[in-house]
Design a protein around this ligand. Structure first.
Ligand code: PEP
Ligand code: MG
Length: 591
């Protein structure tokens, strides 16, 4: 009997397998507030402890206000000192405190969430009052709320989601900031209600070898914290309160998968050189610093894509220059002799939404995102570019701009860079060389690539978005995912057009979208003439093994033939049949 047969008698939700692996563990359900902050759903028995925790933090916050006032007393004017009184008043206001406690009880959520929801409500109410003094006091609410929240953080647990035991995280969706704040050592897996295969949650989960299943409808409402789950990230199953029999079966599945992972490490010894001696460039995509060791482990020749979005906290302001500098310096100096491609914030769309700066849009993927958002908020772009330029102490920085639509945008960014260089030199900073490149992920950029080439050092092809925009298929929407494929004849045509447009141009072209790490699509990219790729680190050994089993001398001969095909299935079949031996050399590793 295969696993599907055994599962007929179990409670199973079928989702989308977004990161391979098997795990068994207790669920930890995370819910998010309107502000995109996590909250933890409490079990009934946890409620009274959480209320005690809140009162404890509240007492500490009150003491802190008194201390602050005493310390500053001599230096501040009366008006400023009254602000402390306003905060003390809020921290003792029975209505404010009562509402927080009610929220903990009735919504069964942790204190941090309850405080934020209550503070939001109060702020909205106060700002509507047509009295300047009162409406300005609305901001004091946040100050007071943060004092208690800081107190809670000192008490531990809650907002910082310090996980005590290894758990399977269950959430509606996860942003990069959320992922960065989780203790990955304690995460056995992710069950997510919504997030496509190319969402950042999926990409990070795959990169860190954490099994994940998405599109588990309403997972965060149907699963309770502490429920025992089996997560099958190979087939996309989430099994609740499993029987002993299925647990035993999955113990064996787990062992088998671990064995395959060990074999995968062996593949790492392969060189990315084809049988006939063609060297292929293989770099790594990373999203968080925890992935840096993987870059070394899999011998990547640099970082082809460093996504920086997780630095943009969803609840606070944009990261300061100092915070960014420290972060970029860490990644650049960990790879001193290798190129590191820092991509500017690709916020908006399915990415981080800072509620302060971005509003909901009818068509977020076509809207105010990435470089469009940053050019409209030029100071934020300047801060990011300046932090990257300053962090570039070994001259291994490449700056990459996402979502470029036209040449005007490139010119504006280059002007800003020129300006910043001057400013930094005037300030005595010793600037090192760096490269400047753009993402090719919008069809208009493909159409203009011949002209854009003269303004940049490199193009990085973002196939995830290029497919989305070529086919008009939302990359995260499961209902239309049957249309989303890098093998669609129209996608091949647009990639061919790009190859034609850059022929004989002095510009490096690499591919950093997920197509680069999918063996069949990777072969198509080789046929199209691509020779530099960047991918999630753990896929590198598989792709290196595939390269070492291929002859590339005549590979372009396949091009006219695949361009004649009429469907993605035909293209797949053609590649599978034409590269049988090569693909069979990696068949055990394609999870
Ligand atoms: C892409 O679009 O292919 C890409 C690499 O960028 P992201 O997945 O971050 O949008
Ligand atoms: Mg993209």
């Amino acid at each position: 009997m295969n696993i599907d047969e055994h599962l007929k008698t179990e409670q199973v939700i079928k989702g989308l397998a977004i990161s391979p692996g098997i795990s068994t563990g207790r669920a930890y359900v995370l819910v998010k507030s309107e502000e995109n902050n996590f909250a933890r759903k409490l079990n009934y028995e946890e409620i009274s402890d959480e209320i005690d925790r809140f009162y404890h933090a509240l007492d500490n916050a009150k003491k802190k206000v008194v201390e602050m006032k005493e310390n500053l007393n001599e230096n501040l004017d009366m008006e400023t000192l009254q602000i402390f009184d306003a905060q003390s008043a809020l921290l003792t206001d029975p209505l404010f405190i009562g509402e927080i406690v009610d929220n903990i009880k009735l919504k069964r959520v942790n204190a941090e969430y309850s405080i934020k929801v209550t503070a939001n409500n109060w702020k909205i109410k106060l700002s509507k009052i047509r009295n300047l003094y009162i409406s300005e006091r609305a901001n004091d609410i946040y100050e007071a709320a943060h004092l208690i929240i800081d107190g809670l953080a000192e008490l531990g647990s809650g907002e910082d989601f310090c996980l005590l035991d290894p758990v399977i995280i269950v959430a509606e969706f996860l942003t990069l900031t959320d992922l960065a704040r989780l203790d990955k050592e304690k995460v056995l897996g992710f069950v997510i209600s919504r997030s496509g295969y190319t969402s950042h949650a999926a990409i990070v989960a795959r990169s860190l070898n954490i099994p994940a299943v998405s599109m588990v409808t309403d997972a965060h409402n149907r699963i309770k914290s502490s429920d025992l789950l089996i997560l099958d990230g190979l087939r996309g199953y989430c099994i609740f309160t499993p029987s002993d029999k299925i647990r035993k079966i999955y113990e064996e599945e787990y062992e088998l998968f671990q064995h395959r992972l060990k074999l995968l490490d062996k593949l790492n010894e392969c060189k990315p050189i084809s049988k006939d001696g063609v060297k292929i460039g293989i770099q790594a995509n990373i999203e968080i610093v925890e992935e840096l060791p993987l870059v070394k482990k899999y011998n990547a020749e640099g970082i082809g894509l460093f996504r920086t979005e997780f630095l943009v906290d969803t609840s606070a302001a944009f990261p300061t220059e100092k915070k960014q500098f420290n972060y970029y310096r860490k990644v650049l100096s960990a790879n001193e002799n290798l190129p590191v491609t820092v991509r500017t914030f690709d916020v908006g769309g399915d990415k981080m939404i800072n509620e302060i700066e971005l509003r909901k849009e009818d068509n977020p993927f076509l809207g105010w995102r990435a470089i469009r958002f940053q050019l409209a908020n030029e100071s934020l772009l300047r801060i990011q570019l300046k932090a990257a330029l300053k962090a570039n102490c070994s001259g291994n920085l490449s700056i990459l701009i996402p979502m470029i639509t036209n040449i005007d945008e490139i010119k504006r960014i280059k002007d800003i860079l020129k300006d910043l260089e001057k400013e930094l030199i005037d300030a005595g900073v010793e600037l090192q060389k760096y490269r400047f490149g753009i993402m090719i992920e919008i069809p208009s950029a493909v159409l203009l690539a011949d002209k854009m080439a003269k303004y940049v050092d490199f193009f990085s092809v973002g196939t995830n978005d290029l497919i989305q925009y070529t086919l008009a298929v939302d990359r995260g929407n499961e209902k239309v995912s049957y249309l989303y494929s890098g093998l669609e004849p129209s996608v091949l045509k647009i990639l061919k057009l790009l190859a034609d447009n850059v022929e004989n141009k002095d510009v490096e072209v690499s591919v950093c979208g997920e197509m680069a790490s999918n063996p069949i699509e990777f072969i198509v990219l080789l046929i199209l003439g691509m020779r530099i790729f960047s991918m999630v680190p753990w896929k590198i050994p598989v792709i290196k093994k595939l390269i070492s089993s291929m002859e590339l001398k005549n590979i372009a001969d396949h091009l006219p033939l695949i361009l004649e095909l009429e469907s993605s299935l035909d293209v797949r079949e053609y590649i599978v049949n034409s590269f049988k031996d090569e693909l069979s050399s990696i068949k055990d590793f394609v999870f």
